[in-house]
Design a protein around this ligand. Structure first.
Ligand SMILES: Cc1ncc(COP(=O)(O)O)c(C=O)c1O
Length: 449
């Protein structure tokens, strides 16, 4: 076992070392070689060393180099060294984090990680949380708590009775709501189309002056960090109006919530702490390995009521039992990497990670503007939207950048305009990576002028 794990570490180390010099996109040849995996299920056992060798030889060249410093697609964090190493150790532990009796260490690390997260994200220290797979499930989990609380206040037990004869709830979202939040609403029986949409400004921020009538049966879903522009909804104003009406505010802060951890960006997150629930990703800006998200709820009892499962064989205790805060029962110990990342960065390291990524985004915007291209968003966070001319030209540049392989950026359509989207979200990105990538983008765009 020990030799096998050492071999895995050697192969993984070699893979990571190659990232600086290889194409971010896997080569066509590497992708073609994946067909070698199309084999029938082996009749007999294969030696673990051989399994590992096959995985590395076929798999590593075909992996997208998102763990490196020049991947700017979607909103993708890398894996901090401490988080990756902790993930390996925790893999060896193979703990089931459902109950504290099943894994005292997993339960303890979740508790500590939760306390630290509340501090760095500027959330109420009494809040509770569930450690889930990502922001989609965090939105789902937190909104289940909202659904529970608002219906309970009307005398309806939604967990027991379901939604069929329940008093109606109204859900309010901004016009630039993330698709994952709508998916969460659909899973909760609240309906992805049964929402009231609020107009937004040119950055995608919900207009607080355009909110519909609010009531104690309203859940208002705001955004901290629009996936295209990085913009924040006006949290303080919306929280005040919603709370005055007796409603609930939920924040989709998949990556934007982390702005609170960086002193020079914290003003963007102002007012978010006044909400009732929050969703965020740790696999984005905290840079832990996939998959990892957190659903927070100001009053832990609402989350617990929405997520609890009880049965005689599931020992009850006075401790925080992880499975009462998540949709899953058995699951891996996600608190381990969150704890390791925060432990290794400390408050200042986390602030520096966020700040550095935002500075690099501003450098991209400055370099693109200086070359005469149109940056479509106010670059206050880590997202940059750039147009290289008409839609067709922009699409050609995006295809060219992806094929070139120096870096990887995706495409989007922002309020009717086709754009390339650059998201700087990795600890591994250096100033040299940014300059190298910017030079490649400008070289390729120059060919299409
Ligand atoms: C604002 C926002 N919400 C939710 C999500 C979904 O996150 P995940 O893919 O981790 O479920 C994203 C992903 O980019 C996002 O940007």
């Amino acid at each position: 076992m020990k030799e096998l794990l050492q071999a895995a570490a050697t192969r993984a180390g070699r893979y990571l070392e190659t990232l600086a010099d290889r194409s971010v996109t896997p080569s066509a040849e590497a992708i073609e070689h994946l067909s070698q995996l199309d084999e029938p299920l082996p009749e007999k056992p294969t030696k673990p060393e051989q399994v590992l060798a096959l995985l590395d030889e076929i798999g590593s060249p075909a992996a997208v180099a998102s763990a490196g410093g020049r991947y700017f697609g979607f909103v993708t964090g890398g894996s901090l060294p401490a988080a990756l190493a902790a993930n390996w150790l925790a893999g060896a532990w193979d703990q089931n984090s459902a109950l504290s009796v099943m894994s005292p260490i997993a339960a303890k690390l979740e508790e500590v990680a939760l306390k630290w997260l509340l501090e760095v994200l500027g959330l109420p220290l009494e809040a509770g949380a569930g450690f889930v797979t990502g922001a989609t499930m965090a939105n789902f989990t937190a909104l289940a708590a909202a659904r529970h609380a608002l219906l309970e206040r009307q005398g309806w037990d939604v967990e027991a009775q379901g939604l069929f004869a329940a008093p109606p709830l109204t859900v309010v979202v901004g016009d630039e709501v993330h698709v994952s939040l709508l998916k969460a609403l659909s899973l909760l029986g609240l309906g992805r189309e049964r929402v009231s949409r609020v107009p937004v400004d040119g950055q995608g921020r919900m207009r607080a002056d355009a909110l519909p009538p609010l009531s104690p049966a309203t859940i208002v879903c705001i955004q901290a960090g629009n996936v295209n522009t990085g913009a924040f909804d006006p949290a303080a104003e919306i929280c005040a109006a919603t709370h005055e009406a007796g409603g609930w505010v939920h924040v989709d802060g998949a990556f934007g919530l982390w702005a609170a951890a960086a002193p020079h960006r914290a003003h963007l997150a102002a007012g978010l702490g006044q909400a009732d629930s929050w969703a965020t990703d740790a696999h984005k800006w905290l840079n832990v390995p996939y998959d990892s998200g957190v659903a927070f709820c100001r009053q832990p009892e609402h989350l617990r009521a929405a997520m609890s499962a009880t049965a005689a064989y599931l020992a009850q205790s006075d401790q925080r039992e992880p499975m009462h805060y998540t949709p899953e029962m058995s699951r891996r110990a996600r608190g381990v990497e969150i704890w390791a990342a925060l432990s290794s960065l400390g408050r200042s390291g986390l602030a520096d990670l966020i700040e550095r990524n935002c500075r690099y985004a501003a450098r991209f915007a400055e370099g693109l503007r200086a070359a005469g291209y149109h940056v479509l968003n106010e670059v206050e966070l880590n997202q940059v939207l750039v147009s290289f001319g008409d839609a067709e030209t922009t699409r050609r540049v995006i295809t060219g950048v992806q094929a070139d392989g120096t870096c990887w950026c995706g495409g989007t359509v922002w309020q009717g305009q086709t754009a390339m989207r650059i998201s700087v979200s990795s600890w591994a990105t250096t100033e040299a990576d940014v300059e190298q990538s910017l030079a490649a983008i400008l070289r390729i765009a120059g060919k299409h002028r």
